[in-house]
Design a protein around this ligand. Structure first.
Ligand code: THG
Length: 264
């Protein structure tokens, strides 16, 4: 499972405040905690700061990479912000994200074409949010084919089928999950990625819904997740789910997690 740590997001109050105050100690601590907990990428999002987004993302990337060996997921739809961050980023960043929306696609494609950057491809088009499995697969197919034609390697693409709130429509869970299955079986070598928090939007006790949904998605083949890696129940459940899904030969990762005290 490729884990993207979600906590450095300016929409979280404490993080927004720390960014504005250029509180390096706080930002670094959150980055270090997530790496320690097993994050493979540190998502960096300053999207709530209209005119200062680029400045703040650049500052965070520099700060994090000067003090840790993290690689970042650059979470912005703005090509100027992404280019600014890439200028200072060391190693292979993840671009979060491109979509099939024409303006966004045309602006972000040149940033990634012919590079070895990882890219999250959102199943979103100018016709709006996808609803059914078929909506998602149609967009995913166009994104994957077009990106590959433009020299983006299949194994660098992480398709995000977009999680929708189950409280809005009871079909939304399975439409998403079956899209994961369709993408992972239809394009061997491609990856999938998603955030979870939307699935439980509007309902109480969100944690149990998010964990349950993550486990179901792993069973369908999901291999990337934007998540709070400090959530021990979530991280333990992901290890267990991958083992049960037959993606852990000799139960090696499960036993490692047990020995490291990460299943508690
Ligand atoms: N797909 C892609 N990128 C994404 C998302 C996605 N980036 C943003 C988001 N969704 C994922 N990141 C976050 C970051 C913070 C929160 C949720 C998702 C958040 N957390 C609150 C907190 O920590 O205070 C509340 C969490 C909770 O309710 O437990 O708001 O889907 N490609």
């Amino acid at each position: 499972m490729i884990v993207v740590g979600e906590l450095l997001n300016a929409s979280r109050k404490a993080v927004g405040t720390a960014i504005e105050a250029l509180d390096a100690d706080y930002i670094l601590q959150v980055a270090r905690d997530q790496l320690e907990a097993g994050a493979d990428y540190i998502d960096v999002n300053a999207g709530t700061f209209m005119n200062k987004e680029g400045e703040y993302v650049e500052w965070m990337v520099r700060l994090i990479q000067d003090n840790t060996d993290a690689v970042c997921s650059l979470d912005s739809p703005d090509p100027e912000v992404l280019n600014r961050a890439l200028k200072v980023h060391k190693g292979t960043a993840m671009i979060n994200s491109i979509s099939l929306e024409k303006e966004r696609y045309d602006q972000i494609l040149p940033i990634i074409a012919g590079t070895d950057l990882k890219v999250i491809a959102l199943c979103m088009s100018d016709e709006g949010m996808p609803v059914t499995r078929e909506d998602r697969l149609k967009i995913a197919d166009r994104l994957i084919n077009d990106l590959c034609r433009n020299n983006v390697k299949l194994e660098n693409i992480f398709v995000d089928p977009l999680v929708q709130p189950i409280a809005t429509d009871q079909s939304y869970g399975m439409e998403f999950l079956n899209a994961i299955e369709g993408i992972m079986t239809g394009y061997p070598g491609v990856h999938t990625m998603c955030g979870l928090s939307n699935v439980s939007h509007g309902l109480p006790n969100r944690k149990i819904l998010n964990v349950s949904f993550a486990i179901m998605a792993v069973a369908k083949g999901l291999d990337g997740l934007i998540v709070n890696p400090l959530d021990r129940q979530m991280m333990a459940s992901l290890v267990a789910a991958e083992t049960l899904a037959g993606r852990d030969e000799y139960c090696e990762k499960y036993l490692d997690a047990f020995r490291s005290g990460n299943l508690l």
